[in-house]
Design a protein around this ligand. Structure first.
Ligand code: SAH
Ligand code: SF4
Ligand code: F3S
Length: 485
């Protein structure tokens, strides 16, 4: 799909948005991040914990003193990429060693967690293998590698000390849009998914810790915060005065932070959408009218085999209630085609659900059997060519819906948060409230601000617009109601 900031995609991005210039003194740290936004957040935090011991992020692997691959295990292809990247890194490490320099290579994230010792065995160039729950201990691990005769380190525990308490309070600024992890892990055990094994049990951060981090991010320039969790709406953190807050309540508290104009959250599970969250979509202006709510399949039979614990109609009902609360809500989803035993009829049910709901954008994948998950052991695997056909058919429909949604916004004036430079000179790129990327010609000093933009045309990758003088009345100004459908 065209617009691709959220969702479980391979994003080979270095952590630093603005890598510092080489000061000649600092050690150079290159981080390559794969997978979901939680990995993007984790990469930024790894850079934070390594800063006090002299590491500065750089945007190129050449000449790096330390390389971290922050990996994703969600599908086979994602995991394979890590080993091919390690081949390239091994050659660079050897070249450096020949010149008398050392390059420390660490593999973090979900492949590291899943493979552990196997990774040390398969990839001799790797010095450190660490899981998503132990990166606050990175400075110790690096020290161990550097010690005389320093060995290799494996740290994939689920430690008793909560990681978030041990992370440094001061985090490097992430820019006008930033990520904030509020919840980790998953107890749902969908039969296709590795996350409960790689990230461990569900855990919610205390609300006060989240509010503090949000205030710091806003003070550092964030105008938009995306709250992250593998199951973000299962959030149930300790409330500031005792008791417990759900996600809806937390969003209301965050919405009161001065200077925080936009709040988003991802990824949610349909079964954890409660009344308070629906009310937040109705009442909290800062909560953007866009929701990534994965359904995976439209077939009740497949949903049950996936252990999703809801039917297609339950999902339709949840969407209906959310749209009653926020009529212009734009929806996104994840879909898996070719789950074991999926028939043509099951697939038709998915197509029917997509037509019924109407998506502004979506991600869709061929089922990929993952070692250790129950679905991988099922005998009735769907042939590759059938998966490919279904995926193409589904993606055609989703692309058509995305095109219609984007075209429905032409002529509207919307507030756009300008986030970065575009490819053309003088071009800036930002996001509409509905997560569409919007290209405008504008002065650099508008970067990091929210400006009214009149949409001039829909392009294959988003929208082209013109910064307009008058401020729009609301996020949905000029939009036709229900234009997502
Ligand atoms: N917690 C989220 C999803 C996290 S994984 C949820 O419950 O929806 C991100 C997406 O990757 C999933 O929504 C699913 O569509 C896809 N995915 C996960 N495991 C997969 C597998 N084995 N094969 C193909 N796609 C998979
Ligand atoms: Fe994976 Fe299901 Fe948990 Fe989502 S809810 S992370 S798909 S097990
Ligand atoms: Fe991938 Fe782990 Fe995220 S498997 S999608 S990096 S939680």
């Amino acid at each position: 799909m065209a617009v691709c900031l959220s969702g479980p995609v391979c994003r080979g991005l270095p952590v630093a948005r603005m890598p510092r210039q080489d000061s000649g003194l600092a050690k150079k740290l290159f981080i390559k991040t794969y997978g979901c936004q939680m990995n993007v957040y984790d990469s930024a935090r790894m850079a934070d914990v390594l800063a006090p011991i002299g590491y500065e992020p750089v945007s190129s692997v050449e000449g790096a003193d330390m390389v971290i691959l922050n990996t994703c295990h969600i599908r086979e292809k994602a995991a394979e990429k890590v080993y091919s990247e390690l081949g390239r890194i091994r050659r660079l490490k050897e070249e450096r060693a020949a010149g008398g320099d050392r390059m420390v290579v660490a593999v973090a994230g979900c492949v590291a967690q899943a493979e552990g010792e196997e990774m040390l065995r398969r990839a001799p160039c790797v010095d450190i293998v660490l899981g998503p729950q132990t990166y606050h201990r990175l400075p110790e691990m690096v020290a161990r590698v550097h010690r005389a005769g320093g060995g290799r380190v494996l740290d994939t525990d689920f430690p008793v000390e909560p990681k978030f308490d041990a992370l440094p309070g001061e985090a490097a600024p992430q820019g006008a849009t930033s990520f904030l992890t509020i919840q980790e892990g998953c107890d749902k055990f969908c039969t296709f998914c590795v996350v409960p094994y790689t990230r461990g049990a569900e855990f919610s951060r205390p609300a006060e810790q989240i509010l503090e981090e949000a205030r710091r991010q806003v003070a550092a320039g964030a105008r938009e915060i995306t709250l992250l969790g593998q199951n973000v709406n299962a959030y149930h953190g300790v409330a500031p005065g005792g008791g417990e807050w759900g996600l809806g309540r937390l969003i209301r508290a965050l919405a009161e932070i001065e200077g925080l104009s936009r709040i988003r959250y991802t990824t949610s599970h349909p079964n954890d959408v409660d009344e308070e969250l629906i009310a937040a979509h109705r009442d909290a202006d800062a909560l953007m009218p866009y929701l990534h709510l994965p359904v995976q399949s439209g077939s009740d039979r497949v949903l049950s085999a996936m252990n999703r614990r809801h039917r297609g109609d339950d999902y339709r009902r949840i969407v209906e209630r959310l749209r009653e609360a926020r009529p212009d809500l734009a929806l996104s989803s994840d879909f898996i085609v070719g789950f074991p035993g999926e028939t043509d009829r099951d697939f038709e049910e998915t197509m029917r659900l997509v037509r019924d709901v109407g998506y502004a954008q979506a991600y869709s994948f061929k089922y990929s059997p993952r070692p250790g998950t129950p679905a991988a052991l099922q005998p009735n695997q769907v042939p590759e060519e059938v998966k490919a056909e279904r995926l193409a058919e589904l993606q055609n429909l989703l692309a058509e819906q995305q095109r219609r949604f984007n075209e429905g916004t032409v002529g509207a004036t919307m507030p756009v948060l300008l986030e970065r430079h575009g490819r053309l000179p003088g071009q800036l790129v930002g996001r509409s409230p509905y997560m569409q990327s919007v290209h405008v010609t504008a002065d650099d000093d508008l970067l990091g601000t929210i400006v009214p933009v009149t949409v001039v045309r829909a392009t294959p990758n988003g929208l082209a617009g013109r910064v307009s003088g008058a401020a729009p009345a609301s996020a949905q100004a000029g939009l036709r109601e229900g234009s997502a459908v």
